[in-house]
Write a protein of this length. Sequence first.
Length: 185
Amino acid sequence: MGWKDVGNTLLQSGLPLLGGLLGGPAGALGAKAAVSLISSALDLEPDKANPDEILELVQADPNAIMQLKQAEMAHKERLQALLLEEKGLELKDVADARARERAIVEATGKKDLNLYILAWTIVGGFFALCAILMQVALPESSSEVVYLLFGGLVAGFTQVIAYFFGSSQQSNLKTKLLANLPRKE
């Protein structure tokens, strides 16, 4: 088990900020703050906290979720700021990739074919492997390797789609977080 598993469990338990920092595309800053807050709320030592221990505690003790909800409410503004900061870094990364592509086109007068070849290879490989897995029964001895390959293709396919079409799920999360920010008048 890892921190993303803890984050997904917290998301399912109604803790969107802590879960988002651990289970989402969190950077080190947000994840570290979330682990520190979780450890503090559950009376654990932050430096020695591990995901298995926290996951076990959260699943075994219903009061642990209540303690975490109280901690999340008490630190709501800071957690939202961390999520927004991480989203800003993610968007900057996407903007940098787009700027790189524009710079290549301006400098050479052509698009970077390697980008498109790699993208089409990943997309084609994803759909080809999907078709193969639907048609062919896998031998037990090689199923783990094929599933590992399929997991890698799924991750690559997701990144290709996110690069070329953006990530609507993350955009929706950002919109919800922005809507919940306290307004200064």
